[in-house]
Design a protein around this ligand. Structure first.
Ligand SMILES: Nc1ncnc2c1ncn2[C@@H]1O[C@H](COP(=O)(O)OP(=O)(O)O)[C@@H](O)[C@H]1O
Ligand SMILES: [Mg+2]
Length: 239
């Protein structure tokens, strides 16, 4: 069955935001599948609900309606504690704008994530060093975020998301704040993750450079998803 084979399977997801007496339906019945080991992009105009959808897929927000299956498990049926455990065991999330702890070094930022996964002490500091080396920051482990460039901060955020080798990586506009060289490095890193570690990577992006690395691109507009292959992007984009 499709939901078994897909790393991420979404059925009929809706999201309505309420503010005062107003309500606003951002997602109007999203159906979406991401194959295991794929690098898939989620694109669409600003305000179309990409962050909302990604946050729901990561189990960080509850949809108004619909189901989300991750690795064959329906997270929309889990209790809060089951969901916390599932997220911890399976998902690495890269937030828009890094979200690093300003008072902690690069290494400590990664160690916090390892601690949450039950890896502590010397083992955690060794693994943090290895993870930072794998994103090209071996020489920067003891620096604070304020002493790192934007691209380096984003790579710390990626190293943190990689803690304990999650099978699902979700990233919200990971290259938006970066110059072209740093952005390219981050893209290559995410691509390597999908291909070498066999992780499933879902990226929200406007960055045309990532398109070349994508196995599949879906487009969110007016609360609905259209599914495009790489070749269809230009035609739909210019509609
Ligand atoms: N917590 C919230 N409460 C009310 N409206 C929200 C909330 N978060 C986002 N929105 C609105 O939902 C729409 C989609 O937002 P978002 O998911 O951030 O879009 P995108 O990431 O595609 O730019 C926007 O119009 C935004 O203003
Ligand atoms: Mg967004």
């Amino acid at each position: 069955m499709k939901t078994q084979k897909s790393a991420i399977a979404v059925k009929g997801v809706e999201k309505v935001y309420h503010s005062g007496k107003q309500s606003y339906q951002v997602l109007k019945g999203i159906d979406l599948n991401v194959d295991r080991g794929a690098l898939q992009l989620l694109m669409g105009p600003s305000g179309s609900g990409k962050t909302t959808l990604l946050t729901i897929l990561a189990g960080l927000m509850t949809p108004t309606a619909g189901s989300v299956f991750l690795l064959g498990h329906e997270i929309t049926k889990m209790s809060a504690s089951e969901l916390t455990k599932f997220r911890r065991d399976n998902i690495g999330f890269i937030f828009q704008g890094f979200n690093l702890f300003p008072a902690l070094t690069a290494s400590e930022n990664v160690q916090v994530a390892l601690n949450i996964k039950g890896i502590r002490g010397k083992k955690a500091s060794n693994q943090a060093k290895m993870l930072l080396e794998s994103v090209g920051l071996g020489g920067k482990v003891d620096l604070l975020p304020r002493d790192l460039s934007g691209g380096q901060k984003q790579r710390v955020a990626i190293a943190r998301a990689l803690a304990d080798n999650p099978s699902l990586i979700m990233a919200d506009e990971p290259t938006a704040a970066l110059d072209s060289h740093s952005g390219q490095k981050v893209i290559e890193l995410l691509h390597e993750l999908a291909k070498e570690r066999g992780a499933t990577v879902l990226i929200v992006t406007h960055d045309p450079r990532i398109i070349n690395f994508a196995d599949r691109i879906v487009y969110l507009e007016d609360g609905e998803i259209s599914d495009l292959k790489n070749s269809g992007f230009q035609e739909i984009g210019s509609k």
